[in-house]
Structure formats: structure tokens, C-alpha cells
Write a protein that binds this ligand. Structure first.
Ligand SMILES: NC(=O)c1ccc[n+]([C@@H]2O[C@H](COP(=O)([O-])OP(=O)(O)OC[C@H]3O[C@@H](n4cnc5c(N)ncnc54)[C@H](OP(=O)(O)O)[C@@H]3O)[C@@H](O)[C@H]2O)c1
Length: 322
């Protein structure tokens, strides 16, 4: 098979850096250019020093659309849509957008959550990669929603590492604020609730439950930990069977029989789940790396599906673990 000619827009940021790292080692990808307005002319390692010695690529401001098979957009929310108005790509060029701009299924884009939408992703030329919290929460609850178990309210807490907020420094990513600290933001109003409710409505057309989501900023760099629970009258074993069946063919989402910790997934494209029944509630823990399964890893997974490749190609990464 011929190599997939690929470009990355917004390649100087965190998700862009992770994509470069994955794609320069991907056996079917030829990375043609890495775009940045602020870093143009600089060699890759000047911006992403972790990649020194891995590639001779130089940042460019030029977006060369000719002959391109695939482009990843790693732009802030609200910037991908105007970017596509200013730059036209051939309709055969696959576009994978990592922002929230096209996650509404009324757009031309297919929502890129492989565990739910793989058959549609395989046919898609426009893919909206899910949000990081949205990925952790949807994978925690999708089998339960499909069973109709979440018709009343679901309670969710989620804590994210500082890389979730992007590379640009802000008051809440400043070391002095973040270290030895925890804080809540966007209580019950996080922007990812929209895409979560959209998927849950597809899994269970009668879904009218409410997801009460408390997002936390954590004092670590990478990873997302989600705890979700709702009233449940069945047994723990029955719930585990439903989850095992739902994720039977999933390439990266696994139900663990043992307690989890976050480092099991950091630097991997995995989502690990663990279920418990306590006090009449089904409790689900879900752990992902926000920059991999929550962003760039899932984007490569979607690329593999859209180009008919092995879903795991270029993504079999070892966790930090200890
Ligand atoms: N970080 C995560 O864990 C995560 C997870 C899931 C989804 N996402 C989403 O992925 C997208 C990228 O996130 P990120 O964390 O990589 O952000 P980031 O580190 O802030 O990088 C964004 C990059 O976009 C470029 N940029 C900004 N405005 C632009 C414009 N108008 N035109 C062209 N380039 C522009 C900037 O590069 P230059 O100024 O150098 O050109 C910057 O390096 C966001 O929409 C984010 O919400 C992030």
C-alpha cells in the first residue's frame, strides 16, 4: 500500500507534538509538513526537544494541500472552522479535527469514537475526534446507557492533568497554582457534556438521564481519571458481563478485574475500566491518557480505520506503569 501523505496544522502544540511522535514512526505514513505560525523555520527539536534525532522536519507556515491524503487539525476550539473556510482541501483528503468545532453530528463530520462508530469512521473523509473528558466518560458509561440503566441521573467526577489545557501558559496551568493543589471548574456545565449526551442518545434513543459532571484540575501533567456511578439493581457480575461483551472487539478499551491506577494508561492509547457494585450503585472507574486516547492516539486510531489499516498500527505503546 502506498504511504499516506500527511500534514499537521497546529503542530507546535501538545497534541501536535504527540501526533508527530506517533506518525514519524508509523509504517504507513509519510509526514509531509508540520505547520506553525509562530515557529516557522525552526527545526522540529527546537520546539519539541523530546524528538531530537528522530526527524529532519522543519516547521512551516505554508499549508500545501496538493496531493495530500490526510490532514490533522490541532487548533484551539473555534479556530478549526475558520481555518477550513480559508484553506480548501480536496474532498478525497481525509480531515481529522481535534477541536470541538465539528463534534455536532449535524455537521458533515463523523464523530470519531471507534468503540461506538467504527463502521462509519471506516467510510468517513471528515472525522471529529472526541474530547478527552468526553472519551473517558463515554467509555465508562456506553454499555450501561445501551442497556437503559442510566435513565435517571448519573454522577461523574473527573480529574485531568495540566497538559489537557494546552501548551500556552495560563493562571490555572502555572506551576505555583497547579502543584500540591486541586480545583473544580465548569461545574455541571463542561463543554464535553454536549457530545456525551449526543452519543448516549444514539446508544439509547430513550435516554433522558442527566449527567452531573464535576471536572477537577489535577496536580499532575498527564492522564484523566473518571469515576461514574448510578443506582443499579443488578449484580456486579451481570454488569461485568455486559461490559465485557460490549468491548469484546475493542482494540484499546479493556475491563480490568483488578483495581486500577492512572500510570497504567499514561503513554498508551488504552482506556481501562473497572466496575464495582456498592450501596446499590454501579461504580465505574475509567482511566486514559488525555493526549493519547483522549486526543492524538485516538486520532491515529481513527486514521487507521479510515485508511483500512490495522486499528492498532503505530499505537502499541508501553505505559509508564511505575
Ligand atoms: N491537550 C489535550 O489533552 C487535548 C485533548 C483533546 C482535545 N484537545 C483539543 O485539541 C486542540 C489542540 O490542543 P493542544 O492541547 O494541542 O493546544 P496547544 O498546545 O495550545 O496548541 C495549539 C496550537 O495551535 C496553533 N494555533 C493557535 N491558533 C491558531 C490559528 N488561528 N491558526 C493556526 N494555528 C493556530 C498554535 O501554534 P502556533 O501559534 O505556533 O501556530 C498552537 O501551538 C484543541 O482544540 C484542544 O481542545 C486537546
Amino acid at each position: 500500500m502506498k504511504m499516506i501523505k500527511t500534514g499537521i496544522v497546529g503542530a507546535a502544540g501538545y497534541t501536535g507534538g504527540e501526533l508527530i511522535r506517533l506518525l514519524i514512526h508509523h509504517p504507513q505514513v509519510s509526514l509531509q509538513w508540520i505547520h506553525s505560525n509562530s515557529q516557522q523555520g525552526k527545526p522540529l527539536e527546537a520546539v519539541h526537544p523530546d524528538l531530537i534525532g528522530d526527524s529532519d522536519l522543519v516547521f512551516t507556515q505554508r499549508v500545501d494541500t496538493s496531493g495530500l491524503d490526510l490532514v490533522f487539525l490541532c487548533l484551539p476550539h473555534g479556530e478549526a472552522s475558520p481555518f477550513l473556510q480559508q484553506h480548501s482541501f480536496r474532498k478525497e483528503t481525509v480531515i481529522i479535527d481535534l477541536s470541538t468545532d465539528f463534534r455536532d453530528e449535524s455537521d458533515d463530520f463523523v464523530y470519531g469514537l471507534p468503540e461506538v462508530n467504527a463502521p462509519r469512521i471506516k467510510q468517513a473523509k471528515r472525522i471529529a475526534n472526541p474530547g478527552c473528558f468526553a472519551t473517558g466518560i463515554q467509555l465508562a458509561l456506553a454499555p450501561a446507557v445501551k442497556e437503559g440503566w442510566c435513565s435517571s441521573s448519573v454522577h461523574v467526577t473527573g480529574i485531568t492533568g495540566s497538559t489537557g489545557a494546552g501548551k500556552k501558559l495560563s493562571p490555572t496551568t502555572h506551576f505555583s497554582q497547579r502543584t500540591q493543589n486541586v480545583s473544580v471548574y465548569k461545574l455541571f456545565t463542561h463543554q464535553h457534556l454536549k457530545e456525551i449526551n449526543q452519543t448516549f442518545g444514539q446508544l439509547d434513543p430513550g435516554f433522558d438521564g442527566q449527567v452531573f459532571f464535576v471536572p477537577y484540575r489535577g496536580n499532575f501533567a498527564r492522564g484523566i481519571w473518571v469515576t461514574a456511578y448510578f443506582p443499579y439493581s443488578g449484580t456486579e457480575e451481570a454488569a461485568k458481563e455486559v461490559y465485557a461483551r460490549f468491548y469484546q472487539t475493542a482494540a484499546f478499551t479493556h475491563v480490568s478485574q483488578q483495581d486500577l491506577d492512572l500510570k497504567q494508561v499514561v503513554n498508551t492509547n488504552k482506556c481501562l475500566l473497572h466496575l464495582k457494585k456498592e450501596a446499590g450503585q454501579l461504580v465505574i472507574y475509567s482511566a486514559i491518557d488525555n493526549l493519547l486516547k483522549g486526543a492524538s492516539g485516538q486520532a491515529v486510531q481513527n486514521m487507521n480505520l479510515a485508511f483500512g489499516l490495522d486499528e492498532k498500527m503505530g499505537l502499541q505503546l508501553k505505559s509508564v506503569a511505575f
